[in-house]
Design a protein around this ligand. Structure first.
Ligand code: CTP
Length: 401
């Protein structure tokens, strides 16, 4: 899907620059035409010869290409040539310069002159990434209309572990494919998505929650938006961030809050996808002061929360499309079918917990979709954005049926 796309890959000076060789290869394999711009510092991490060979073009680096002849690198031409500018890795320094319009190298000059979308894959140590200055710069860059790719949480070159690793080349490729395949197939449709966990307060400092990361719901919201829908995402606590301007986000904490917000918006909704991991039970009483440690046992009385999906199924009209999720550990298909029927859904997405790499917190998922007409479609283990694509494609078919 990147076939024929003209891509400028900007490589800056961070250890993740070594991955730009693989990234270039993957882009070329997809049929994209790639021109690479390297900053001076990037050359300490990966050689220009490597990237020139893989991209099949000489790399661009200095503003003045040849001092003897006065030949200069035409950043305006480069910027206008590109369908897409990808900066991977983007160091904290480059991000800061981009956020403030600095222009002291060829990559920054090209960024400022390019008219195409810019995708930024940050890469740095965890404290640099978490620093308010970096976060503010990233926010600014998003506001300017750039797409900031997520970072990975894991081992860093410093030996520390945390958030700041550049996405793996395969994940960057996947992200680009998802983001550049926009259609208008859901233009005018109003979509409601719930995502993430809910937190049920026990006292001012404690809650009952679950391990849902929200990644699946966020990926679904992004996919809907790329197909032209107007999306409202009602999200439980998560530090995920949205990219698409067609999504408005409502943050909630508890199941009760999620219920209220969802029910309120449902009458103005064409398609609702409930992917949140809503708590089924909540403490009967929330202590207003911190519960002190006392006896050997502490008994909490929990009350059932309202089932948002079941209520939407009850009140929905014939035109509204309603999709739910099921997470089962045994009798998977049988239980999912029961939920599909009981909650009056158009289809249900069954998450398999049995497959390694699927489910909560992972970037991948394996699902089976069961339609109300009885048809069952089993999908392979895929990235969550690809799973989101599969789900939204099924909905597009229902909309246009
Ligand atoms: N759901 C909801 N509101 C709740 C509980 C669940 O909207 N209070 C939705 C979830 O978003 C999901 C679906 O219901 O789309 C299935 O949730 P799940 O927890 O698997 O099923 P339950 O119906 O809660 O049943 P059980 O926990 O017994 O499997």
């Amino acid at each position: 899907m990147l076939k024929g796309k003209k891509i400028i890959l900007g490589v800056t000076g961070g250890i993740a620059a070594y991955k730009s060789a693989m990234l270039t290869r993957l882009l070329i394999k997809q049929g994209a035409e790639v021109k690479v711009i390297m900053t001076e510092d990037a050359k300490a991490f990966v050689t220009p010869l490597t990237l020139a060979t893989l991209s099949k073009h000489p790399i661009h680096s200095a503003m003045v290409a040849n001092e003897q002849t006065g030949e200069w690198s035409n950043h305006v031409e480069l910027g206008l040539w590109a369908d897409l500018l990808l900066i991977a890795p983007a160091t904290a320094n480059t991000l800061a310069k981009m956020a403030h319009g600095l222009c002291d190298n060829l990559l920054l000059a090209t960024y400022l002159s390019a008219r195409c979308k810019t995708y930024i894959a940050p890469a740095m140590d965890l404290d640099m990434f978490a620093h308010t200055a970096t976060q503010n710069n990233l926010e600014k860059l998003r506001q300017y209309g750039n797409i900031v790719l997520p970072v990975e949480d894991g081992e860093l070159a410093s030996g520390l572990s945390g958030k700041g690793r550049m996405l793996e080349p395969e994940a960057i490729l996947d992200f680009l494919i998802q983001h550049t395949t926009a259609t208008q197939k859901l233009k005018g449709k109003r979509v409601l998505v719930t995502a993430g966990p809910t937190y049920e307060s026990i006292d001012p400092v404690r809650f009952i929650g679950n391990h849902s990361s929200g990644k699946m719901g966020f990926a679904i919201a992004e996919t809907f938006a790329r197909h032209g829908a107007k999306v409202t995402l009602i999200s439980g606590p998560t530090d995920l961030q949205l990219q698409h301007e067609n999504i408005s986000r409502i943050n909630v904490t508890s199941a009760e809050e999620m219920y209220d917000k969802t029910i309120k918006l449902f009458s103005k909704t064409d398609i609702a996808v409930m992917s949140a991991a809503v708590a089924d039970y909540t403490p009967e009483k929330v202590s207003i002061t911190k519960i002190k440690k006392s006896g050997n046992e502490l008994h909490l009385k929990l009350l059932k929360t309202k089932d948002i999906l079941a209520e939407l199924g009850r009140i929905k009209n014939k035109k509204q499309i309603l999709i739910g999720f099921a997470l089962e550990t045994d009798h998977e298909l049988e239980n999912a079918r029961k939920k599909l029927k009981a909650k009056n859904l158009d289809f249900i997405v069954l998450n398999s917990l049995k497959t390694a790499g699927a489910g909560f917190s992972h970037d991948t998922n394996k699902v089976t979709i069961i339609h109300k007409n009885g048809s069952v479609q089993e999908f392979k283990l895929k990235s969550k954005s690809e799973v989101a694509n599969d789900i939204v494609n099924q909905i597009i078919e229902l909309v246009h049926a």
